[in-house]
Design a protein around this ligand. Structure first.
Ligand code: CO8
Length: 271
């Protein structure tokens, strides 16, 4: 599908490129497109991103969304030049960041961040809003806001400790140092590190695999794991049990289990 049919902006200079792939099927690829400034995240870019994510989430032909940047940068943070002269009254009144930037939070389909190069500040925070981070071996993560006189503003102080623990989150945010892909994987921020030249191949293979499963079951996995961050253990376990029970109302549960018993591939209908 052409980007124009999804986004309603002046597409002469799109800040976000969107493609619905034919191979693998049911996978959409979203690419940040500000290469001259290391994909620094501007308000305009995030506005386009929000529209794209909502359209893809609503599209029944899309099961998985992959978000990436370019070889040098996933995104090197919020646009520092744009922010430099902001006033408190302005950012508070306009609710800076909150309006568009966090659209990823409400996307129900799996979001995979394919990170090559720098994922810093808001770039690292955006990757953490995704469900899985796969990193090229060249990737560098970090929350360097402290080095420019501010602090993480899009979840760095909240999602990072949940991913890597308090000690590492404190050290990374207080020093602002860059962390290699290997260190990020060992700390639990990243699911897998792959050679840089195989990043998209590996990520798309993974996305294609997820997209081939029953969509309602996939949505339930995401929703149930995310509940672990918002509930007590007892509440989370109860939610999981009920959602597990609910899968028995799906035709795809019958198909999946019958296919296993009959030693054939399941033919999921997403219902
Ligand atoms: N904003 C604006 N421009 C940027 C940014 C950025 N975050 N990062 C890089 N650029 C620009 C540079 O200014 C430069 O532009 P020009 O060619 O016009 O001088 C161009 O991109 C290339 O960058 P460099 O020349 O610096 O390239 P290097 O390879 O030497 O260094 C780095 C690359 C290490 C990525 C370096 O550019 C850097 O340190 N960038 C800033 C990283 C940073 O501090 N990020 C945190 C920003 S604050 C933030 O994200 C706040 C989060 C709060 C919420 C965020 C919501 C998204």
């Amino acid at each position: 599908m052409a980007i124009k049919s999804i986004l309603n902006f002046d597409m002469s200079d799109p800040l976000v490129l969107v493609e619905i792939l034919t191979v693998p099927a049911k996978v959409a690829l979203v690419r940040f497109n500000r290469p001259k400034v290391m994909n620094a995240l501007s308000d305009a870019l995030c506005k386009e991103l929000e529209v794209a994510l909502r359209a893809l989430d609503d599209d029944p032909g899309v099961h998985v969304i992959v978000i990436t940047g370019n070889e040098k940068a996933f995104a090197a943070g919020a646009d520092i030049a744009a922010m430099a002269e902001f006033t408190y009254a302005q950012v508070y009144s306009e609710n800076y960041i909150t309006r568009y930037w966090e659209a990823a939070r409400s996307v129900r389909k799996p979001l995979i961040a394919a990170v090559s190069g720098y994922a810093l500040g808001g770039g690292c925070e955006f990757a953490m809003m995704c469900d899985v981070i796969i990193a090229a071996d060249s990737a560098k993560f970090g929350q360097p806001e402290i080095t420019i006189g501010t602090i993480p503003g899009m979840g760095g102080t909240q999602r990072l400790p949940r991913a890597v623990g308090k000690a590492k989150a404190m050290e990374w945010c207080l020093t602002g140092r860059f962390v290699t892909a290997q260190e990020a994987e060992a700390a639990g921020l990243v699911a897998r590190v792959v050679p840089a030249d195989k990043l998209m191949e590996d990520v798309l293979a993974m996305a294609g695999k997820i997209a081939s499963y029953s969509l309602p079951a996939v949505l339930k996995v995401k929703e149930t794991i995310n509940a672990a961050y918002e509930t007590t253990l007892a509440q989370g376990l109860q939610f999981e049990r009920r959602e597990f029970h609910a899968t028995f109302a799906l035709q795809d549960q019958k198909e999946g289990m019958r296919a296993f018993v009959e030693k054939r591939k399941p033919d999921f209908k997403n219902k």
